[in-house]
Design a protein around this ligand. Structure first.
Ligand code: SF4
Ligand code: SF4
Length: 312
């Protein structure tokens, strides 16, 4: 709040999920904290439930046994089989009575407010796995730096327990705040680069890429000078980021900045089902190539555009 009367609850961001035993989000076995809320609005977002900051109602049609219990408890009249996606989002008041009533868990509440202490209690159970595997904790999202005070408090608590920390970021943050609140407590940064063309970045990600590029330049220069290591990552989205023109431009940008390592993230179409569950529109639905996983040939083609880079 502007007047500084922020309550404890408002201070705590929504956590989408805490996922243990991850082998895909950094070195060793990791626990991943997915923050809810992102300053970007990528049309293909692989974690669409993490895009918006508020709580959401998710409906899983495959789980529904059509008992209509939820319809009876919904005072807003928002549930009807004739609604596209079942839930009329304009009517739904997010009271979540339906979630409690559903015997099949087809309706779920997305996002949970958790204190740093609550998160730490869960994480500390995983410390033995971190120790034996060289793992730790990854802050992901959404964008973990969106609620930077909370992220900072969590990172400090992790470092106080000697836990390795990794921050996965879209790169859109105020560097001054990041330097003060995140950088000193972060052991590794995964930094996503999506589109080099400024107009395309606005069109497909909802915001300019200027600050992202500037932040990358600065943080990568520091990593070369012995600062926190940074791994650039590129999500491969058919026809959008995974074009020869864009990938060649990203490879050029990375070379300019002295990078010789990159992670190319293969496209996964499962985000579309997630979109539907929370009633998000999909402007890419008519693009046939968005419905398939990337072929090995397409992946190899993308890799070839980063010849000379170590690809991790
Ligand atoms: S959250 Fe409340 S208003 Fe929304 S569909 Fe469920 S019962 Fe109805
Ligand atoms: S209560 Fe659950 S299972 Fe029953 S109709 Fe509603 S969503 Fe489907």
């Amino acid at each position: 709040m502007e007047d500084g009367t922020q309550t404890k609850t408002e201070h705590e961001p929504l956590i989408l999920e805490i996922k243990g035993n991850s082998l895909d989000d950094g070195p060793g076995i990791r626990t991943v904290i997915f923050f809810k809320g992102c300053p970007l609005d990528c049309v293909w977002c692989h974690n669409p439930e993490a895009k918006r900051t508020g709580e959401e109602l998710s409906f899983e049609a495959n789980e529904c046994i059509a008992c209509d219990t939820c319809v009876k408890v919904c005072e807003a009249g928002a549930l009807d089989r004739h609604n596209p996606g079942y839930v009329d989002r304009a009517k739904c008041t997010l009271c979540f009575r339906c979630v409690k009533s559903c015997p099949a868990e087809a309706l779920t509440r997305v996002g949970r407010r958790m204190s740093v202490q609550e998160v730490m209690e869960l994480i500390l159970e995983d410390v033995p796995f971190f120790k034996t595997s060289g793992g730790g904790v990854t802050l992901s999202g959404g964008e973990p730096t969106l609620r930077i005070d909370y992220a900072s408090e969590l990172l400090r608590a992790l470092k106080a327990h000697g836990i390795h920390t990794l921050v996965e970021t879209s790169g859109l943050f105020r560097l001054e705040s990041f330097d003060q609140l995140v950088y000193p407590f972060t052991d590794l940064i995964y930094f996503d680069l999506k589109l080099m063309n400024a107009e395309e970045h606005v069109r497909f990600c909802g915001v300019s890429n200027l600050r992202i590029r500037d932040n990358f330049r600065e943080l990568f220069a520091r990593s070369l000078a012995g600062g926190t290591p940074l791994l650039p990552r590129v999500p491969l989205i058919p026809g959008i980021t995974a074009t020869d023109r864009n990938l060649t431009a990203i490879a050029g940008f990375l070379r300019e900045n002295g990078a010789d390592r990159v992670a190319l993230l293969a496209y996964n179409p499962l985000w579309m089902e997630k979109n539907a569950k929370i009633g998000l529109e999909n402007p890419l639905a008519s693009r046939e190539e968005m419905n398939r996983f990337m072929s090995a040939e397409a992946m190899e083609h993308c890799r070839a555009l980063f010849a000379g880079f170590q690809q991790v």
